[in-house]
Design a protein around this ligand. Structure first.
Ligand code: MN
Ligand code: MN
Length: 321
């Protein structure tokens, strides 16, 4: 039995008030060397894949700030992730704001090192293209399944005349590269006007389970959870949470908001419903502080991060035995 008493811990909010101290993810220590962690919280401050309103490059810093409001123990599951796993803030992944392809390589290399050290990544974007190089690292040994919360399928082929890497294309590329098993992928919350009739046709053609928002509300949250669990099954599964999945009433601070989405509470329930799955990583993306004057979207992002952290810590501790 491994001694967990030396696990990294958040700064105690009853010792140093939560508005004080350095703004790290969840007030955790910074890990200069993430080797030895079970789970690394990583910022990816880059929005070079954005096709419309930029700003998600500022997401990690804003989420770090708002995550100081989050305490140690989950209110419903009672999961205490820092008791189960060694978790720390591994800082920001290197990026290059003036070169997209170079940035994809830098992100891939960073997560390759984490994966090679046996560390499970939980990331804060950044725009949704950052999920692609992350998947290149964690799915190098075989495709993973995915629970994907989003207003958009992000499976378009190309933009602006053949440019294949944008935040509207990552999961098409991930399938083409053998990183994502489309038969074990579920996309939840899809809605919004499209460029044409076939923007998301690849999702359907490749066999992903697309739960558009109309079907979502028809089914109800419990049935959506059951369907997501059925689709991903027992295999390794990534969780990707685009904050534009939420109704912009709850998360207005994002580049491509779409009205008519689900609520923060429904999202919390769905993530809690992933308990027991073989989760191997996750991300929260598309928090764009320039469109978030109240800071509420960053707060929501921090809470989604904590929800994912709890089920991910449970899965990671379970694999360790
Ligand atoms: Mn997205
Ligand atoms: Mn989206």
């Amino acid at each position: 039995m491994t001694d967990r008493t030396a696990n990294p811990r958040p700064v105690d909010g009853k010792a140093m008030p939560r508005f004080g101290g350095l703004a790290t993810f969840m007030r955790l220590p910074v890990a200069e060397d993430p080797a030895g962690l079970d789970i690394a919280l990583v910022g990816v401050p880059w929005d070079g894949g954005t096709t419309n309103r930029a700003g998600a490059r500022h997401g990690p810093r804003a989420v770090r700030d708002m995550s100081s409001l989050i305490r140690r123990v989950h209110p419903v599951s009672r999961i205490a992730p820092y008791d189960l796993c060694r978790v720390a803030d591994a800082g920001d992944c290197p990026v290059n704001p003036i070169d997209l392809m170079d940035t994809l390589d830098r992100i891939h290399a960073f997560y390759d090192r984490l994966h090679g050290a046996g560390v499970v990544p939980l990331s804060v974007g950044g725009d949704h293209l950052v999920s692609l190089p992350i998947l290149r690292a964690i799915a190098k040994d075989g495709p993973v399944g995915m629970v994907h919360f989003d207003a958009h399928c992000d499976t378009t082929d190309s933009y602006f005349g053949g440019y294949r890497y944008t935040h509207g294309t990552p999961f098409r590329r991930a399938v083409e590269e053998g990183l994502l098993d489309p038969a074990r992928t579920v996309q939840i919350g899809i809605r919004g006007s499209t460029y044409g009739d076939d923007d998301w046709q690849f999702s359907y053609d490749s066999g992903m389970r697309v739960i558009a928002i109309e079907e979502y509300f028809e089914m109800g949250v419990d049935a959506v959870i059951a369907e997501a669990r059925r689709v991903v099954g027992d295999g390794p599964t990534y969780v990707s949470f685009d904050v534009d999945a939420l109704d912009p009433v709850y998360a207005p601070g994002t580049g491509t908001p779409e009205v008519g989405g689900f609520s923060t509470f429904e999202a919390q329930r769905m993530i809690r419903g992933l308990s027991g799955l073989d989760l191997v990583g996750g991300d929260v993306v598309e928090v764009a502080p320039p469109f978030d004057p109240s800071g509420n979207t960053a707060l929501v992002g921090a809470n989604m991060l904590f929800e994912i952290l709890c089920v991910l810590a449970e899965a990671t501790a379970g694999r360790r035995g």
